[in-house]
Ligand binder design. Structure first.
Ligand code: WTA
Length: 659
């Protein structure tokens, strides 16, 4: 406790990087600031946050069209918010319909780049409109209605955003499951959501090879009684068994569907999607997001933080299986009518210059990626980006984990021509859009996410709910609601309350606890320090320790498992599993491999434990809770602190040093 109560800033980064004046003056946020007559960035940020209702109202008017205007901006009954009451809207209308009927009808929405070199497709807003309508009609023909859940388990191909938008259009709720999860991960998410339909593909391309995907669905759906239909996109030309009466090819489903489809006029609080994310228990939590908020938050931040303009070619490398794909591959850029790249494959196929070749070929001007990718490229060497003309780049951006100063400088110099700012965006599945980030006009400190964005009242609290002074750290909190905030956990109001709102309920009800620690330096710059709970960040992907543990325990030889993250130069963290074997089972290297493989088969490659150790016991509290913090400290050679409260303090000695 004392540790977070007032963590002093120990190491200070003193370098400041300024953005060239032309990039600042061109930026959307700077132009707004000038129009409003604010003298400084600080003044603007403060005004917008103090007057957050007026600010969000203006953003809602600027970036969204409403079928019926709202009459009330916010109704806040903590912990439940309703935004834009009395209005009617649909994010699919804002993302697609209105552009297809405007001068943007022939503008490119997506340049799709498949992994096989040369496999590309250009999709205009009008073409997107037709494709979405056909799929929306297709879903309707399968009996999907407003409020029904559709699970989407697809690689990064156009059918993924198209299916998301088709659901939105008819008021169905999409639940995208990352295609890097395997049958077990998919099954728990499909079952919890009680999805009626699953949309998948035969397979996808990864490093030149077609890999199967559909078999995972067959396995997952066996134990998911809610699923009535499985729709299969033909992508990789693989031979997959189709179950009579249940499975239907995507191309057959849409073949005779009309290219017009009514867009539901929805209440802004009607749910747009559920996205499962990792929390502290083994059961993933279904974060619910609403149409109204998603018409506003992603578009505003795509325009302000990422500074996407009408004439940009924008590329966010995230997969739609994660929130970044939802907000910044689909809803944000499409609501702005922007042109984006949609890339299917690996960053290093056929070689590690692939991304740079795409930037050169399409003239990408705004590029948004993750620290793990940047570090991988940095390791591969400067010679790769040097082969390509990257002069089109104006803005770089990063998300998912802290961007270390070394990677910041490399990215800026080698990809950003030494001048592009790096918009390091802190946010979460729960927040729906960026919360803390520099704007193009912000002088940057490498490794810092700068300041809370206009419209947010973000703060750092100590354990008692006091805002900590500059120079200290604590828990990131939100003091006021924002439009694209999470609305609930799917069918689990207790956990929603407990995980996000309970912490400061007695002192300051309505305070959202983000679950991250941060510090502010003497200039007020924010530095993210990581999670306060047991959530791993592996290559930027959010994985729950408990979910990996429960997958390990499902191996027949395993009695108990404790999982921690070990710092890794490229991936941020790698997964380390401490395994207690069942009585009588012989330890062996083969068994370690088998357990790691088993976890991979249950949860998918994304959750693969790179290191497995056998131990006799793991430290636990008297109530039986595994003390991962103690395990981690011991394994990494750090002080373990007071362990007298443990039920089995002697077990700490068993934990090997792994560094
Ligand atoms: C972490 C991803 C440092 C943080 C958008 C947060 C970051 C979690 C940053 C959410 C950043 C995200 N710097 N850490 N710029 N952005 N995080 O839900 O721990 O997959 O709580 O959303 O990622 O992960 P999620």
């Amino acid at each position: 406790m004392a540790e977070t109560a007032k963590t002093a800033v120990l190491q200070e980064e003193t370098r400041i990087f300024n953005t060239p004046q032309w990039i600042i003056e061109y930026s959307n946020s700077y132009q707004w600031m000038k129009k409003k007559g604010f003298k400084t960035e600080k003044e603007m940020r403060e005004w917008c946050s103090q007057n957050y209702l007026d600010f969000w109202d203006e953003m809602a008017q600027t970036y969204a069209d409403w079928f019926k205007p709202y009459t009330q901006i916010l109704e806040w009954n903590p912990p439940y918010a309703k935004w834009f009451l009395g209005g009617k809207c649909n994010v699919a209308y804002n993302a697609v319909d209105r552009h297809a009927k405007s001068w943007r009808r022939n503008k490119v929405a997506y340049y799709f780049v498949g992994e096989p070199v040369g496999d590309t497709k250009t999709i205009t807003y009008y073409q997107l409109y037709q494709a979405v309508n056909k799929m929306a009609n297709g879903l309707k023909s399968l009996g999907v209605k407003k409020g029904d859940r559709v699970s989407i388990y697809l690689p990064m191909i156009p059918e993924l955003p198209i299916t998301m938008l088709a659901c939105a259009k008819i008021g169905a709720i999409h639940s995208v499951v990352f295609s890097g999860f395997s049958a077990g991960g998919l099954q728990s998410r499909v079952t919890d959501a009680e999805a009626k339909v699953v949309v998948t593909s035969d397979g996808f391309y990864r490093r030149g090879k077609p890999l199967p995907l559909k078999p995972n669905v067959d396995e997952a759906v066996q134990n998911a009684p809610s699923v009535e239909k499985v729709v299969v996109v033909k992508r990789a030309g693989l031979d997959v068994p189709m179950k009579e009466g249940r499975d239907i090819w995507y191309h057959d489903l849409i073949k005779d569907q009309p290219a017009e489809c009514y867009t539901e006029e929805l209440d802004p609080e009607d749910r747009l999607f559920i996205l499962y994310t990792s929390g502290t228990t083994g059961k993933p939590k279904g974060i619910e997001h609403a149409h109204g908020g998603f018409c506003v938050g992603p578009a505003y931040t795509t325009a302000w933080a990422l500074d996407v303009h009408e004439e940009d070619v924008y590329w966010c490398t995230a997969d739609c299986g994660w929130i970044t794909g939802h907000s910044y591959v689909v809803y944000g850029p499409l609501c702005l009518g922007a042109t984006s790249i949609l890339y299917e494959g690996a960053p290093d196929y056929p070689d590690i210059g692939r991304w740079w070749s795409i930037i050169e070929e399409y003239g990408v001007s705004v590029f948004y990626t993750a620290p793990t990718a940047i570090r991988m490229f940095m390791k591969a060497g400067d010679q790769w980006p040097k082969k390509y003309n990257l002069k089109s780049i104006r803005i770089l951006a990063s998300v998912g984990e802290p961007l270390n100063p070394e990677a910041y400088v490399w990215f800026r110099n080698n990809i950003g021509g030494g001048q592009a700012p790096i918009i390091d965006t802190w946010w979460q599945t729960e927040t729906g859009c960026h919360v803390i980030a520099p704007l193009p006009m912000t002088p940057e400190k490498p490794g810092s996410v700068a300041f809370p964005l206009p419209g947010f009242n973000t703060d750092i609290y100590d354990e008692d709910g006091n805002s900590v002074p500059l120079g200290y750290g604590g828990n990131i909190v939100q003091k006021t609601p924002w439009p694209s905030m999470l609305r609930a956990f799917f069918r689990d109001p207790e956990r929603y309350m407990k995980e996000y709102w309970q912490m400061y309920w007695d002192v300051k009800p309505g305070t959202y606890l983000a679950g991250d620690k941060a510090t502010r330096d003497k200039d007020g710059y924010w530095w993210i320090q990581g999670r306060i709970d047991d959530v791993l960040k592996v290559a930027g992907h959010r994985i729950s320790n408990a979910e990996v543990e429960s997958a390990a325990v499902s191996h027949p030889a395993v009695a108990e498992a404790a999982v921690i993250g070990k710092p890794d130069e490229v991936k941020g963290e790698v997964i380390v599993a401490f395994i207690i074997l069942k009585e009588g089972v012989q330890e062996s290297e083969d068994l370690k491999k088998d357990i790691a493989k088993h976890v991979r088969s249950v949860l998918g490659p994304v959750a693969y434990p790179e290191i497995v150790y056998f131990v006799k016991d793991v430290p636990k509290t008297r109530s039986g809770k595994i003390m991962r913090r103690v395990i981690k400290a011991k394994a990494l050679g750090k002080p373990v602190g007071d362990i007298s409260a443990l039920a089995n303090p002697e077990s700490v000695e068993n934990i090997p040093l792994i560094v």
